[in-house]
Design a protein around this ligand. Structure first.
Ligand SMILES: [Zn+2]
Length: 392
């Protein structure tokens, strides 16, 4: 790639040159994004995600990073890449995932294609473009400074879309050693806001055991698990408090065997979202305290909060302030947003490490057939990321 030499001072007017650098290298970024999209990597296929992980390890190694694969049994191996920098500086953790929600064989019906300034493809927004942006920004920093201005740890996980079970502890350990965490999940909305707050997410399963009976011969002898579950769902739904940011959604129910049998079993799967750790604890308590209306029915509730909320702590707010100042150098008014979905940023913010999320691509349709990114937004996303790696 073409090497451009630039002065070291990150302030304007150098900023304009930096943006130009990213604009003039846009084609090579698009090429990387398409290359990553073309390697299908659904979370539930270990061979596929491992293929993606190995490919990325090589890409980052070509830039001088030291890749290390953390072996995982059920899901793909998680990929850590360390880039050296001045030893007195604390590293920054650049966080992302390379799994997608799309099953193998999606590409023929949803190929990587450019149309009207948008790049389409499975996982392009969430978040293969984000991974490519990492490489792009690191390469630029190396070009400008010859070596990175600080140590950088990149951590790319393989099972984010299914709850990050295999990587959570590693993510938290790496975050503890870092000055800040930059998460390359998609930006919020088409204005490209970064995410300074995310709701926490939990999942629960409520199982009801009733007593079966013949619906015609012995209706009085049965105790319907379905009826009990229906009454419980009414109670559970009232735990939602949208104004305070709490939502409880029994999204899946199952139960019964035949119409002429009083149902012995029924199950509800419940998604919960909360805005604070306090709400999480209180909601958890309330769900575990559910009592049956029908004394002959038995309730079992399993599950818990998977990701605590990413709260807008002072550390998060000051990181956003830095991002805003970097954006301002190129006359870009960078917005912030609070969103409902969780990410691995929830883990790192949850243990008190300043975290900024939504630094990845701008686009629409994550997890959907029309998933795409806006190509024209890419250079300034890279500009922002490079600036934050330097100064976060
Ligand atoms: Zn994602």
């Amino acid at each position: 790639m073409k090497k451009t030499s630039l002065p070291k001072d990150p302030s304007s007017p150098v900023s304009v040159d930096r943006l130009e650098y990213f604009e003039s290298h846009l084609d090579s970024l698009l090429k990387s994004i398409c290359e990553f999209v073309a390697i299908e990597s659904p979370s539930d296929s270990k061979p596929a995600t491992d293929r993606m992980g190995t490919h990325l390890a090589q890409k980052f190694a070509e830039l001088g990073g030291r890749p290390h694969l953390h072996r995982a049994e059920e899901y793909g191996d998680n990929l850590q890449i360390d880039f050296p920098g001045p030893s007195n500086a604390k590293p920054v953790l650049v966080l992302g995932h390379f799994d997608t929600v799309y099953p193998l064989g999606t590409l023929p019906t949803m190929p990587c294609r450019i149309d009207n300034g948008r790049l389409y493809g499975p996982g392009v927004l969430d978040m293969k473009a984000g991974v490519a942006l990492m490489l792009f920004a690191l390469e630029a920093l190396q070009t400008w400074h010859r070596e990175l201005p600080r140590p950088v740890t990149v951590f790319l996980v393989s099972d984010e879309e299914v709850g990050s079970c295999s990587c959570r502890k590693i993510t938290e350990d790496l975050a503890r050693k870092s000055a800040a965490v930059l998460v390359l999940e998609p930006a919020a909305g088409l204005r490209g806001a970064v995410k300074t707050a995310r709701k926490g997410v939990g999942e629960y399963t409520l199982s009801v055991r009733g007593i079966a009976a013949h619906a015609g011969l012995d209706p009085g002898k049965g105790h319907s698990a379905i009826l009990e579950l229906a009454r419980q769902i009414a109670v559970i739904s009232r735990l939602s408090d949208l104004k305070s940011g709490i939502s409880v959604n029994p999204g899946v129910i199952r139960g019964g065997t035949r119409t002429n049998v009083v149902a012995a079993e029924a199950v509800a799967e419940i998604d919960v979202r909360i805005k604070s750790a306090k709400q999480a604890a209180s909601l958890h308590r309330k769900l575990l305290a559910l009592k049956p209306f029908d004394k002959h029915c038995k309730l079992t509730i399993e599950g818990g909060i998977n990701r605590l909320p990413m709260e807008r702590t002072t550390g998060v707010a000051s990181l956003y302030k830095k991002a805003k100042a970097i954006a301002k150098q190129i006359n870009w008014k960078l917005d912030e947003a609070a969103v409902g979905g969780g990410s691995d940023g929830n883990f790192t913010a949850g243990i008190g490490i300043p975290t900024l999320d939504g630094l990845g691509a701008v686009g629409e349709g994550a997890h959907a057939i029309h998933e795409h990114i806006l190509i024209s937004e890419l250079p300034r996303r890279a500009f922002l990321l490079a600036g934050l790696i330097e100064s976060a």
